[in-house]
Every structure is written in C-alpha cells, then in structure tokens.
Design a protein around this ligand. Sequence first.
Ligand SMILES: [Cu+2]
Length: 173
Amino acid sequence: MLRPLVRSVLLTTAAVALLGALTIWTVDGPQALISASPGARRDGVKEFSIRVYAWGFSPKVIRVDPGDTVRFRVVSDDIQHGFAINELGLNLQLVSGREVRSPDVKVTLPPGKYPIQCSTFCGLGHPSMKASLIVGNPGPTPAATVPWIASLLALAAAGSFAALAAGRREPGP
Ligand SMILES: [Cu+2]
C-alpha cells in the first residue's frame, strides 16, 4: 500500500510527464507524421507541385537535401496568395487556378527547418498560413527537448519531495 502522499506525488509526476509528452506531440508530432514531399526528379532538378488555398499549403512539409537544385510549381485553388521562402529568395505571386513555376534554385542553406509562408494578404487565416521547408536531417529542435527536460525536472523534484516526506514520517513520534 502506498501512502496517500506518495501516491499523490506519483500521480502528479505522471501527469506532468504526460503533459510534457503531449506538448511535444502537438508541437512536433503531427508534422513528423505528415509524410514530407520528397519531390520528383526531372532533368537533375527536384520538382515540387504545391497547392495553395485559404488557408494552407499542400503538402505542408517539403524535404530537400543540401545541394539539391529545386523548382516549385505552385497553383492557387481559390484566391490570390503568395508563395514565399525568404531563405531561398523566392516569392511567387499566385492568382486563382494558374500554375506558377519558380526559377530553379540551388539549395545552399545549412540543414534546418525554414518557413514557407503566404506573402499576399488573403484574409483572416493569412497569418497562420505556413508550411515548412526541411533541408537535410536537422534533428530535433531545442524547443522539442524543453518539455522532456521539464518533465525530468518535475520527476526529480517530486522524487525528492517524496523522499523528504517519507524521511520525515519514519522517525515518528
Ligand atoms: Cu495570405
């Protein structure tokens, strides 16, 4: 039988650890699950077909390797949008239904995750209209490890708290 105090501490710890894991999941999980578009190779150029709509991009994650030469064929399903990857110096203006082809760009960026965003104001969802360009295998971002560290710290704190409580009980009156 666990003493009530120890049990509540353990439950709290488990809850905090779960919360930490859930935080990671909601921040990084879905993006890891969405299969990143690897593109199709055409004359040595990796070509990506992208659909843009209010308010999002499909695919939402584009994966390239350092040194790739890439090209984007982008079409808007509905209204005017923009397709911008600032780090690649790309900013395509889109009108409904017409495919716009980017120039061929050589990716010289270091491995990492770079934002793709809409560059033409398109209404309410415009600020949240984002996708990602992943170059190489950047590994986990520092932000993704924070909840784990927080969980471990909480675990350590709860553990020492429990030990303290147990220690205080034992000598007894
Ligand atoms: Cu927009």
